[in-house]
Design a protein. Structure first.
Length: 78
């Protein structure tokens, strides 16, 4: 039956999409600990001191999702 495998990949895609969406919201929006601008991109946009932590969290989360995506199925026969 292919349905459990399809559900597995659907969950992987949803988790990766939500994680990426939240990271993008944090990078493009204002939040309490975004910190000062450390690299100016334009006169009103830049890289804040808190942005590397958002990117690091996203990268760790994506590594975890990737590890789960590539893990062999539990209880599958073959």
């Amino acid at each position: 039956m292919r349905s459990p495998r399809l559900l597995h990949w659907l969950c992987v895609l949803v988790a990766a999409g939500v994680l990426t969406g939240f990271a993008l919201l944090l990078l493009t929006g204002k939040y309490v600990s975004d910190g000062p601008v450390v690299v100016a991109v334009t006169h009103d946009h830049g890289v804040h001191a808190g942005d590397p932590f958002v990117v690091a969290g996203w990268a760790l989360g994506m590594l975890a999702v990737g590890r789960l995506a590539l893990a062999p199925g539990r209880g599958s026969s073959g």
